[in-house]
Structures are given as C-alpha cells and as structure tokens.
Design a protein around this ligand. Sequence first.
Ligand code: ADP
Ligand code: MG
Length: 322
Amino acid sequence: MSEPIVEVKNLKKYFPITGGLLNRTIGHVKAVDDISLSIRAGETFGLVGESGSGKSTVGRTILRLTDKTSGEVLFKGIDLHTLPPKELRKLRPQMQLIFQDPYSSLNPRVRVGDAIGEALLDHGILQKGEVRDRVEEVLAACGLSSYHYDRFPHEFSGGQRQRIGIARALVLDPALIIADEPVSALDVSIQAQIINLFRGLQESQGLTYLFISHDLSVVEHLCTRIGVMYLGSMMETAPRDELFRNPLHPYTKALLSAVPIPIPKLKRDRIVLKGDIPSPANPPSGCKFHTRCPFATEICKAEIPQFRHVGSDHYVACHLVN
Ligand code: ADP
Ligand code: MG
C-alpha cells in the first residue's frame, strides 16, 4: 500500500451564524464535524453524500482555500494550515481544484490557451515564449486540439469546458487533484467521456484524486476507495468493491439501494429514507443519522458512535455494526 499523500485528522470546519442587532455569533453551521481520512498516492478517493453534507467544505479545507476550525491536514506530511503564506504558495501548483462549472472561472475575453497557461507564468514555472508548447501538449492530453488555443470560452460545449478545466489543473503538473462534482452538470453520455479522461490521465500522469460527487454511481467506476458523508460526519469508508459488496452503515445501504445494478439477481431492495436532511446548524444528538435511520434504537439517540475499523480497510460509525 502506498504512502498517504493527504491525511486529514479530526477536521472540523464550523461557519458562524450571526444575527440580532449587534450581529453577534448566535450559532454555527457544523459543515465538517470531526472527520478523518487519508488518501494514498495514486488512488482515487471518492467522497459521496447528499447535497449539504460538507463534501465541498472538506475539499476546500484540505487545500486551505478556507481556514479550519480545528484538526489537522497534512499534504505529503506537511501541515498546510500552519505553513507561512510564501511556503504555501510554493506548494500550490502541486494541488489543484476542479469544479462543477469551469465556465464561471473562465474570463470570457481571455483566449482559452492563455487561460490555461496563466498559472505557469504566475508561478514562474515557464517563460512567456515557452507557454504555448506546454499548453498545446496539455490540450492534446485532455482531448482538445491545438487550434482550440485561440478560441474563447463561449465557443465550447459543456464537456469541452470541463476538459479546459482539467487542462488548467493539469498544466501545473500537480500531484493531487480535488475534483468537486466535475461531471454533475453534464449529460450522462458526456459524463462517461470525462470520467474516462480522468482515468486515463491518472494512469499517464500518476495523479492522485479526491473525487467528490453526490452521486454514488458516478464514483463507482473510478474510485479505489469511497467515503460516505452525512451532515458533516464520515459514516463509512471502505475500498470500492468492499463498500458495494458489504455496505455496513444504514445510510450507505440507502444510497446504494438507489444505484441501478446491471445484474437482476443482485437486485437490492430500495431503502427510501424518511424526512429531509436536518440542518447542520442543529444536528440530531447521538448518531446524526438516527432521525432517518430505519433501525435506530435508544443508544443511537444518546451516544455519538465511534468511527471504528471493522476489517479489510473498512471503517464505520454505527452502533448497530458489530
Ligand atoms: P456539499 O458540498 O456536500 O453539498 P458544502 O460543503 O457545500 O456541502 O456545505 C456544507 C454546509 O456548510 C451546508 O449547510 C452549507 O450551507 C454550509 N456552508 C458551506 N459554505 C459556507 C459558507 N461559506 N458560509 C456559511 N455556510 C457555509
Ligand atoms: Mg458541494
């Protein structure tokens, strides 16, 4: 097993809620509430959970695009959140973020090639005259053509724009890419193409991914391990096949029951969760999932379940699992 490239230990990120005449802090949104995970070099860790469960906040806090409340984030063993800004900037090219909507981060008046090459100049990685060759190389790696260099963002389709987003990250030769719902806005047929691109690039460039999606079927074919989040907590992590074969947390089971499987014999019973996801500003006591769990007992309301190792690199936070 390879070394972890990212280690997250007991990470918390609370956003203050202000109110009243004096705009005082009257509460907190517990977006990320004491989660731990590690991502090993060369793997794809899939982070899944319903919208609002804290996935994006985990990604942004790992990259220190937002400050943490407490806990630790190590990138290649370096504590990013205590690193002086100058040192952090030097590491930036090595860790890149790709988001759902690359169009919003592209200036409509800047040629796509220049947008992709921008960061190479910003970080002093290449000189002006060297950028075009490198960008054309990356365009090709992302399934685009050299003539796309001089085109403007509006001339591209949704799938092509995501290729541009990937190219912008890739041009810096990163070690880690955090992809936050990178295919969620795309048609299913285009989704598959972009996922294949992610997979191909991982093989050719030796990349490590944190792949965030609300849709378990999207991460299924790409990820080596999967983590399931609910209301800021990690409910379960396991290698991909183990998670699909042997889901232990009732929430994971519910998510999996909604994923279509091609083999009718293995048909799972659909578990429909009652109620809506509670507010992370006022999460349920004990196990946060107890208000929607079909199996909840008294202890689930009273005690926070520990996130425990249950074998085969499989971790779960549930009182009902032995
Ligand atoms: P996900 O990516 O799983 O949909 P997010 O990480 O975006 O979840 O959000 C988790 C929770 O944190 C949500 O309740 C969201 O409203 C809240 N949140 C996210 N960013 C901020 C912010 N900058 N300020 C206040 N609350 C935020
Ligand atoms: Mg999100």
